[in-house]
Design a protein around this ligand. Structure first.
Ligand SMILES: *Cc1c(COP(=O)(O)O)cnc(C)c1O
Length: 425
């Protein structure tokens, strides 16, 4: 479910006509729906209520501090992957006891910042990192808790760049090796190694990989406990499906139905790190058509957003549904799917203004005829959209707008040309 809907052929974000936002804020612009992401968060909270569960929203999906503040107020903690994200979380008033810190390459400075912030868990990706954490924890006179990131060797069956739970990735420690790690580092006097972390990677379309992973990890936890180790928490990571296409991924309830019975009565606290399943379809990127042209047998629609604004199609060959923000009733899309066919559409490539062949949003896509100045909505752009934006081609980053019912707020202004050179001498 999301709150971007057509009313008489006009796209609304909650109760706001997106044309009004474009007029006042310009394009390209990210538009988020508060109702949508709060609804997703609350569905996850309810689905796992039978367990002692902490939701740690993954900041790297979308880190605007206005949004982080709203999520904090709704009870969310945060999954961070850098010192910068820790800074964002704290600026947003986060409850530090609900912050978990993952990442293969934490620097000493970042680790020390997180030690002093007294976050909940360091999610440890290698023995070398754990040794360094122990050293720094002693040096700073602090204590810390750590979860060992275990690699259950399960492939969620998605793009190779977003698969992280198989052996041949840089993430985590092999499940076979993990017992030795616990044996070697338990009782080190500084870091309490008392949790297991897994993150399978993003975008699986069934709950099976999660069920398999939990079964393998529960076996591991049993073994570790028999060996005398105390395991208090299982952090199941993120990667839960998001609605890039309508009704094609499991809901929070579907995941919970498979997972909660496995975890019930195991004396484990649960942490979940959802990113895109909370924020992806709570955001659209609204862009304006600049030109249309024909090249050979191809027709192109050139828009004012580029891969610097939204890189997922170029980076992951990701699918985004996109559609004009104003259409006749015959063209109102009944569903957002790759295979949507509507009479009267034409096949086009939708591309940006950047000097790169990879600067596209969709290829060979059926769209209603587009004209100069028409607004086009790129749906499900809330996750890994703005957070991956850059200034490539000296393009100022777009504004971010939050819609709440009948009103909207600019939660990050559009960059100016002066912003582009502000740090240069
Ligand atoms: C990226 C990431 C997440 C969030 O993934 P989503 O696919 O956005 O849910 C959670 N945990 C870790 C460790 C990550 O790297």
């Amino acid at each position: 479910m999301d709150s971007f809907t057509y009313r008489n052929g006009v796209l609304f974000a909650e109760n706001v006509d997106v044309h009004i936002i474009a007029e006042q804020v310009g394009t390209p612009v990210y538009i988020y729906s508060k109702t949508t992401f709060l609804d997703h968060l609350s569905k996850i909270q309810k689905a796992y209520a039978a367990l002692d569960t902490t939701i740690c929203y993954s900041i790297k999906a979308c880190g605007n501090i206005h949004i982080l503040r709203i999520l904090t107020e709704a009870g969310s903690g945060f999954d961070i992957v850098s010192g910068g994200e820790l800074f964002r979380a704290r600026k947003a008033g986060a409850d530090v006891s609900k912050i978990v810190y993952a990442g293969t390459g934490k620097t000493d400075t970042e680790i020390i910042e997180a030690l002093h912030a007294e976050i909940a868990y360091f999610n440890i990706e290698s023995e070398a990192e754990l040794e360094n954490l122990i050293r720094l924890t002693k040096q700073e006179g602090k204590s810390a808790r750590a979860a060992l990131r275990v690699n259950p060797d399960i492939d969620p069956g998605t793009h190779r760049h977003i698969t992280t739970g198989v052996k041949e990735t840089k993430f985590g420690v092999d499940i076979e090796r993990s017992q030795q790690v616990f044996a070697k580092y338990t009782g080190n006097g500084a870091v309490d190694l008392c949790a297991i972390h897994v993150h399978l990677g993003s975008g699986g379309k069934t709950i099976d990989p999660y069920v398999q992973a939990v079964k393998k990890i529960l076996d591991l936890i049993d073994t570790l406990r028999h060996q005398g180790h105390r395991i208090e928490t299982l952090d199941l990571g993120g990667g839960y499906g998001a609605d890039y296409e309508s009704d094609t991924v499991p809901s929070a309830t579907d995941y919970a139905t498979g997972l909660v019975p496995l975890l019930k009565g195991k004396d484990l606290k649960l942490i979940l790190e959802p990113g895109k399943s909370i924020i992806a379809n709570a955001g659209i990127l609204l862009t304006q058509t600049l030109y249309t042209k024909t090249g050979g047998s191809k027709k192109f629609v050139i828009v004012d957003a580029g891969m610097n604004d939204l890189i997922r199609p170029a980076l992951y060959n990701a699918f985004h549904f996109l559609w004009p923000a104003k259409v006749t009733n015959a063209f109102v899309p009944p569903i957002r799917r790759q295979d949507l066919t509507i009479q009267g559409t034409e096949i086009v490539d939708i591309v940006g203004p950047i000097c790169e062949g990879a600067d596209f949003f969709a290829k060979d896509r059926a769209l209603p005829p587009m004209q100069r100045d028409d607004l086009l909505a790129i749906f499900t752009a809330g996750a890994y959209g703005f957070t991956m934006a850059s200034n490539y081609n000296a393009r100022p980053m777009s504004a971010e707008v939050l819609v709440d019912g009948d009103t909207f707020t600019v939660i990050r202004r559009r960059q100016s040309y002066d912003d582009l050179i502000a740090l240069e001498k």
